[in-house]
Design a protein around this ligand. Structure first.
Ligand code: IMP
Length: 225
């Protein structure tokens, strides 16, 4: 089995100054730094895809994307898994794609409650190899709730791929099977990760600054969720 280790960004890692990359003008005043440029994200996903395809071997699987934050990771990951299959003479299996929506955050903190939206009928996962695709693991509570829901459907196996994992003292101890980057305990946005629904339209993964937190806070703006 390959793929349990990941790229670790240390606590003192500063990332890149905004002036070195293109970010949308409307977000320039709200970001502290670029933590991970989009090119590096793609390169890392390419390797995760290879690890996943290798470990699955000839087993078909059911990809389950956790919305909304996981949608870009899902799309890029599956595209790269398909590439692995195209170039492989032995490994090439069909997969299905489904979505589940979970919500637990307001501003930059967890509300402590995980809202599950759109879980009618997960019975098709029975006896399947499920690959859960998530954007980020923070405390691990969201994933715990989802894994409990999935267990009831009696899947053949469940593996979790998360692009990011935060180093935090309040972690439940949950560790995904595949992790792209372990990051310091900072609130990140971009590559579909949001702050009150903003910043999904930013390609790089960035650290939001205090001005951005205030400007896009729940009380100051209302983009529908
Ligand atoms: P957990 O339940 O504490 O592990 O939180 C996981 C969920 O919280 C993720 O699916 C995200 O939706 C959200 N989240 C946690 N940290 C961040 C962050 O830094 N940026 C954006 N969303 C985050």
């Amino acid at each position: 089995m390959t793929g349990n280790s990941c790229i670790v960004l240390p606590d003192d890692y500063k990332g890149y100054n905004l002036e070195f990359f293109c970010v949308p003008r409307h977000y320039e005043d709200s970001l502290e730094s670029i933590l991970i440029p989009s090119g590096l994200i793609q390169d890392r996903i390419e390797r995760l895809a290879r690890d996943i395809a290798t470990n699955l071997g000839r087993e078909p699987f059911a990809a389950l994307c956790v919305l909304k934050g996981g949608y870009k990771f899902l799309a890029d990951l599956l595209e790269k898994i398909k590439q692995c299959y195209r170039f492989s003479a032995v490994n090439s299996v069909p997969f299905s794609v489904d979505f589940i929506r979970l919500q637990s955050y307001e501003d930059d903190h967890s509300t402590g409650k995980v809202k599950v939206l759109g879980v009618d009928g997960l019975s098709f996962l029975q006896n399947k190899n499920v690959l859960v695709v998530e954007d980020i693991i923070d405390t691990g509570k969201t994933m715990q709730v989802l894994l409990e829901i999935l267990e009831k459907e009696k899947p053949k196996s469940v593996k979790v791929a998360s692009l990011f994992m935060k180093r935090t003292t309040v972690s439940s101890g949950f560790r995904p099977d595949y992790v792209g980057f372990e990051i310091p305990n900072k609130f990140i946005v971009g590559y579909a990760l949001d702050y009150n629904e903003y910043f999904r339209d930013l390609n790089h993964v960035c650290v939001i600054n205090e001005h951005g937190k205030e400007k896009y806070s729940k009380k100051n703006c209302k983009l529908s969720s």
